[in-house]
Ligand binder design. Structure first.
Ligand code: B12
Length: 213
């Protein structure tokens, strides 16, 4: 039985071997707990962020944390991605302008892929005009935006505004996610939905895709 509080602490303490061993064991004994493990790892990353702000950790530690989280996700991925069956629709995903973080975005992409969505991933630091152009050229109606920097919340708003300016706002649905995202951020940016949970995001987008058919 995995101790998730301990896992969160191991992650926060950057105990690489202990984290990876715990996850490997979980995958062999109880893969259905993968989502709980992901959540514990994400909370551990929050702790790392706080310790970075307190100058207990430095940029090199953030880089190690990013590598460790990517390894953790690779171990958990087979259990996180549940095959979706029928083809569900198309969406474009990216991390918005000014933000280079992509671990969360990549998890969301993998889960949407597995759920049957055709996903166009524009990567990181993506300007709003490229997102609008891609949606227009590929007739994409679902836009998924990721950001973990508080500053990049404004880029999410700029992106929503750009769809307005292009006369496309009523033709697309926009979902946002990432650590600082909340109901308040959703209202501020003008997005249609928000989530920190990729599985929940899939079910929101599946409902949207049905209304487009
Ligand atoms: C790892 C990390 C890095 C790595 C990133 C590696 C990579 N390839 O992504 C590196 C070292 C490169 C990095 C750089 C920097 N970082 Co950094 N980083 C982190 C850290 C520790 C973890 C982020 C992470 O991967 N979390 C784990 C993932 C899985 O969680 P997540 O992104 O929230 O995603 C989940 C959900 O939110 C959701 N989700 C995510 N996206 C989406 C999208 C949609 C549509 C949906 C539905 C859901 C969804 O699904 C995911 C799975 O559950 C955070 C701390 C934190 N609390 O987040 C700081 C943090 C984000 N970084 C921070 C800072 C300051 C920086 C730097 C400016 C440091 C510097 N001096 O250079 C640079 C920024 C450069 C830039 N312009 O972007 C600050 C931001 C502060 C702020 N308020 O804006 C944080 C919060 C640390 C802190 N507390 O100070 N960082």
């Amino acid at each position: 039985m995995t101790d998730f509080v301990k896992l969160e602490k191991q992650m926060g303490d950057l105990e690489e071997e202990a984290v990876l061993e715990t996850l490997r064991q979980l995958m062999s004994e109880a893969p259905s707990d993968a989502e709980k493990a992901l959540d514990a790892c994400r909370k551990g990353m929050d702790d790392i962020g706080k310790r970075y702000e307190a100058e207990e950790y430095f940029l090199g530690d953030l880089i190690c944390a990013g590598d460790l989280m990517s390894e953790a996700v690779n171990i958990l991925k087979p259990a996180l991605v549940k095959a979706g069956g029928e083809s569900t629709g198309k969406l474009v995903i990216c991390t918005v302008k000014g933000d280079l973080h992509d671990i969360g975005k990549n998890i969301v992409k993998a889960i949407f892929d597995a759920a049957g969505f055709e996903v166009i991933d524009l990567g990181i630091d993506v300007p709003e005009d490229l997102i609008v152009k891609t949606a227009k050229e590929n007739n994409i109606k679902i836009i998924a935006l990721s950001s973990v920097l508080t500053l990049a919340i404004d880029s999410m708003k700029t992106t929503v505004d750009a769809f307005n300016a292009a006369g496309m706002r009523d033709k697309v649905k926009i979902i946002i996610g990432g650590n600082p995202v909340s109901e308040v951020v959703k209202t501020y940016t003008g997005a249609d939905a928000w989530s920190l949970n990729p599985q929940e995001a899939v079910s929101i987008c599946r409902d949207w895709a049905k209304t487009f058919k």
